[in-house]
Design a binder for this molecule. Structure first.
Ligand code: GLV
Length: 300
């Protein structure tokens, strides 16, 4: 058994060398398991990723070879919904901007409470539009309803969720004060929130993304935030991670940024590790993985 202990991310070449001759791989979402790597591993019989997203893995290349891919759905739903709501509230009420203001000593007698001092955006009574109404989207909807929000959603196939109205994408974008992204990154969702769709969003709307960076056009998002067309954003995921120094999002005061920590609680990470391990052990025993992202490899 080979275990990578860092430092930093495993470079593609080292990953190929380390995995040579491997029967199975247990990986994180920072490990790129692409077709070239998969084809360099003739003995590979399973991959188990400690993540619910599998966009870092060429699933088609695994499926073609009948190799099961384990993933960790379900266990991170509530934690990721909490992160989403934390970003939504922080962006709406300018929490990070206000924190910086206090820390840097700007809160002075000549610069204090006034009627529009740090005026943000109300959440109660506002409309939240969910892009994706899977388990995480539904968990965010429950939180939003408890906060007095109207919740609308767009999902590839409309879903019947209590209190959530299904809308088409364009209508949702025009109707929502807050938009939160909860679709998986795949060919059909890459660039889903492009410049044209961002232009359809309600003036002053807030965008929250805890799904994947590639779903939102970052250049268009930066332009919309800089011009004030969107009032704020809460962003946990980026097209390139770690986000490069000098990225224009880092210069905008009205954006709350976190480093892909949607599922980051000790309890949830332990549950994810447990599922990833159970998937790997099942594969080692020649059994079906309990959570397989490409179950067609088992036939039937
Ligand atoms: C987190 O982003 C995950 O896919 O588990």
């Amino acid at each position: 058994m080979n275990v990578w202990l860092g430092p930093g991310l495993l470079p593609a070449e080292t990953l190929r060398e380390e995995l040579a001759g491997c029967y199975g791989v247990v990986c994180l979402l920072t490990d790129r398991i692409d077709r070239v790597l998969i084809e360099s591993l003739p003995d590979l019989r399973f991959v188990s990723s400690m993540s619910v997203g599998v966009d870092h893995i060429d699933v088609a290349a695994l499926t073609e070879r009948g190799i099961p891919l384990g993933y960790t759905p379900g266990v991170l739903v509530e934690t990721t919904a909490d992160t989403t709501f934390a970003l939504l509230l922080a962006a709406a009420r300018r929490v990070c901007e206000a924190d910086r203001f206090v820390r840097e000593g700007s809160w002075r007698l000549e610069n204090r409470w006034s009627p529009d001092f740090f005026a943000g955006k109300d959440v109660a009574g506002a409309t939240l539009g969910l892009l994706g109404l899977g388990e995480i989207g539904q968990a965010v909807a429950r939180r939003a309803q408890a906060f007095g929000m109207r919740v609308v959603a767009w999902n590839r196939s409309p879903r019947n969720v209590p209190g959530v109205e299904n809308l088409d994408l364009e209508t949702l974008l025009a109707a929502s004060d807050f938009v939160s992204v909860h679709v998986a990154l795949a060919a059909e969702t890459r660039g889903l929130l492009n410049a044209e769709r961002i232009a359809l969003m309600k003036p002053g709307a807030v965008l929250v993304n805890t799904a994947r960076g590639g779903i939102v056009d970052e250049v268009a998002l930066v332009a919309a935030l800089a011009s004030g067309r969107l009032s704020a954003a809460g962003i946990d995921v980026f097209a390139q991670e770690p986000v490069p120094a000098g990225h224009p999002l880092l210069t905008l005061p009205n954006v709350v940024l976190t480093p892909h920590i949607g599922s980051a609680t000790a309890q949830t990470r332990a549950r994810m590790a447990d599922l990833a391990t159970r998937n790997a052990i099942a594969a080692l025993k020649g059994e079906h993985m309990p959570h397989c992202a490409n179950p067609e490899v088992y036939g039937g």
